[in-house]
Write a protein of this length. Structure first.
Length: 604
């Protein structure tokens, strides 16, 4: 049923309810019937939107574990795709006009508020020319496709149909890469280009997939690992098909992209500015990103000042750790010591991975202290090393959510590149953030909430998601898993997120240079050059994203403190955590409403 037909049905229901109001039928029964019908309309609307969005963005469907569209690939940079996405958002935003919010149940009202805000935010974002900046070093689409085609990501390679589906999808990649070139040309003409330093990092990532021997291509690895269940004749056919597509279509497309960036784009890429604020309408563009990422109305100037205050506060807390471990020296000397002393450097990549895995296993035995049993996700997670081809520009850690059908666990990707930049004391906070009780608990649990509309189960607000991850880092002491240097690591991790408030706004709103960012980092935190550079360039590529962590964490921590003060001895941290997580990801303003309502109920 289309939402237009749903609207007719809803109008009929409303009319019946209005007539019933004149009859002897009890008012309570009339209200319940109207509420139920309004909720049914609304939830059907959500389901239709989600289904339409997956068809428009089939790659997203694949990552959600929905393999119906595994042979399709959207062109995210085309005007057609952007127009269709805008039409979809506007259509379903308009459809909400028929909903009587006064008649909605509490849960339906919550979904309505989130859905309406998401549609409005998406429409606003489409006015900015993000598509003219299609390539960067952090989320390089060329690398993302290669990971997908390697057989080690969300695309399934179990049966012949899977292989043929990917072959069709793979054949659509050249059009996307060619569209990226067209868009970059338009960006050059409009004065909208990436900083040169980012594109210089993107080039080797693309070049890594331009191989002389097809056996070395990630795209050919599913053929190398063909399942025995596929008969030999079919294996031969698939092998020839993949070899032809990769050799004749894919590799030339990657080469075209590489050549264009190297010979044309770099000459026009920015060398004297690094932020959105320097681009046409850039200040408004960044202000939108700030609102979108933080789900607040805070200005860049307010966030910058908040960051400066938080950096100063955390420095004082680190000095307490210095005294605890008996370090004789000032803060900068302690930073240098913890950055360079051999006791904090892993002997090998394998030793680093094993240490993280052992720590995670210990944490898993203790989380029942802070979480009720129904807050443990059914999906498991594992820790993997970041792939070599993207590790130089990847963050220290990242999380990939499990598939809906449970066939793929959650994955904590651990960056083991340049061990001198990956100190042992970073282990605790990073594990709690990316795995349990951080992203894995929040995201996997949300996906398992089958009573929620799918747009909420599989959606998310950056400030909530990353705010929860950073909040989870602070739980190490309560769990009893932090030694003094682990606590130092957690403070440094929080310090980094506070520094991000300063430098992200510095780059994009205040016009800071790359060197200013690096200087501020080195002056305020223990950081090896490799990480400082990758972090600084990440902020350039993802304007506003880095703000979400600290803004979200501050709000969650504030809500916990307020709940503790209001409930006193009746406060149970497990109840608080359940209340924060049980609705899935929420905009921070709506989260506050939910927690304040819960506290009032508990206090009454």
């Amino acid at each position: 049923m289309t939402h237009a037909k749903l609207a007719i049905a809803l109008a009929a229901v409303i009319g019946v309810a209005q007539l019933a109001a004149c009859s002897p039928q009890p008012q309570q029964q009339e209200s319940a019937q109207t509420q139920r019908q309004q909720g049914e309309y609304l939830n059907q609307l959500f389901a239709e939107y989600f289904a339409a969005d997956l068809q428009l963005n089939p790659l997203r469907a694949t990552f959600l574990g929905d393999h119906r569209f595994n042979d399709r690939l959207e062109n995210p940079f085309s005007e057609e795709q952007r127009t269709r996405q805008r039409m979809l958002e506007e259509e379903y935003l308009t459809a909400l006009d028929l909903v009587d919010v006064e008649q909605l149940s509490a849960q339906d009202l919550l979904s309505y508020q989130i859905f309406k805000r998401d549609r409005e935010t998406a429409i606003e974002g489409l006015q900015f020319p993000t598509h003219l900046l299609p390539v960067d070093q952090f989320y390089n689409i060329a690398g993302r496709y290669a990971m997908l085609g390697s057989g080690q990501s969300a695309q399934s390679f179990n049966h012949e149909d899977d292989y043929r589906a990917w072959a069709k999808r793979m054949q659509k990649i050249p059009a996307v890469l060619d569209q990226a070139i067209v868009n970059m040309e338009k960006g050059i003409a409009a004065g909208i280009t990436q900083p040169r330093v980012l594109m210089e990092k993107a080039l080797p990532q693309i070049q890594a997939h331009i191989v002389d021997d097809i056996q070395d291509s990630l795209f050919f690895q599913p053929i190398v690992n063909l399942p025995d269940a596929i008969d030999m004749d079919t294996q031969q056919v698939l092998s020839e098909l993949y070899e032809r597509v990769i050799t004749d279509e894919l590799l030339p497309a990657y080469q075209r992209l590489y050549d264009f960036i190297e010979t044309t784009y770099l000459a026009h890429a920015r060398t004297d500015s690094y932020g959105l604020g320097a681009l046409p309408d850039g200040q408004a563009w960044y202000a939108y990103n700030v609102r979108w990422r933080t789900t607040t109305d805070m200005s860049a100037a307010e966030i910058h000042q908040l960051g400066l205050r938080e950096v100063a506060r955390i420095h004082e807390n680190i000095q307490e750790i210095m005294h605890e471990v008996g370090f004789a020296g000032d803060l900068s000397e302690f930073f240098e010591f913890t950055q360079n002393d051999e006791q904090f450097i892993y002997a090998s990549r394998e030793a680093m991975l094993a240490d993280y895995q052992a720590f995670a296993a210990m944490v898993d035995t203790r989380t029942p202290q802070l979480f009720h049993a129904d807050m443990f996700p059914q999906a498991d997670y594992e820790i993997r090393k970041v792939e070599r081809f993207r590790e130089q520009s990847a963050s220290s850690g990242s999380y990939q959510s499990p598939s809906e059908d449970g066939s793929r666990p959650g994955i904590f990707y651990l960056n083991t590149y340049d061990l001198s930049a990956r100190p042992t004391w970073a282990k605790g906070a990073l594990t709690l953030h990316e795995a349990a009780p951080g992203h894995h608990y929040q995201i996997a649990l949300q996906r398992e909430m089958t009573d929620l509309p799918r747009f909420r189960r599989f959606g998310g607000e950056t400030a909530f998601i990353e705010g929860w991850g950073l909040y989870a880092e602070s739980l190490g002491e309560e769990l009893g898993v932090y030694e003094p240097y682990d606590q130092f690591g957690a403070l440094v991790a929080e310090l980094w997120r506070s520094i991000r408030l300063v430098v992200d706004t510095g780059i994009h709103a205040k016009g800071w240079s790359r060197q200013q960012v690096l200087d501020y980092m080195h002056a305020n935190a223990p950081v090896a050059e490799a990480r400082a550079v990758s972090e600084a360039e990440r902020f350039m590529a993802l304007p506003g994203q880095a703000l979400a962590y600290k803004i979200g964490q501050i709000e969650i921590r504030a809500l916990r403190t307020e709940a503790e003060d209001a409930l006193g001895e009746n406060f149970d941290v497990r109840d608080f955590h359940r209340e924060v997580l049980r609705h899935g990801s929420l905009p921070l303003s709506i989260l506050r409403e939910q927690i304040e309502r819960w506290v009032a109920q508990e206090a009454s």
